[in-house]
Ligand binder design. Structure first.
Ligand code: ZN
Length: 134
């Protein structure tokens, strides 16, 4: 079984959201270099971030899913502070493992741990509630 690099992330939330989404579709994938980044976030850039690896035979399908995922985020969510579309939807902070929250809390002091759904703006750092448009 061969794995190929399909996407690189510089933060845990994006990486885990992407991996979770792929796994929902039965894509065989995992995160490489995650441990190194966890131990020392400063090294993230030096080692090229967190690498999302997928089985080579599923790479094409995985790429399509990731593209769709990104498209949905960029098109539907706008930051109320700066108007950016560079938003990540953090849907399950409570279900995230403790080390993720520890790092996230460390990087973003004041992060609302009680929120079950938040959007995070990577341009200005604004976090705001998810608005269901159904
Ligand atoms: Zn913003």
């Amino acid at each position: 079984m061969t794995f190929v690099l399909i996407q690189t992330y510089d933060n845990y939330i994006s990486a885990h959201i992407a991996m979770g989404r792929l796994q929902e579709d039965g894509i065989n994938c995992w995160l490489k270099d995650e441990n190194t980044v966890t131990i020392n976030p400063i090294l993230t850039n030096a080692i090229g971030g967190i690498k999302l690896m997928v089985e080579s035979t599923q790479a094409e399908r995985a790429a399509a899913i990731l593209k769709e995922l990104e498209f949905q985020h960029k098109e539907t969510i706008t930051c109320p502070r700066c108007g950016s579309h560079n938003i990540e939807f953090v849907s399950t902070p409570r279900k995230a493992s403790n080390w993720i929250m520890a790092i996230f809390g460390y990087l973003y002091a004041g992060f609302a741990l009680s929120a079950e759904k938040v959007n995070h703006c990577f341009d200005c750092g604004k976090e705001f509630p998810h608005e269901d448009k159904e």
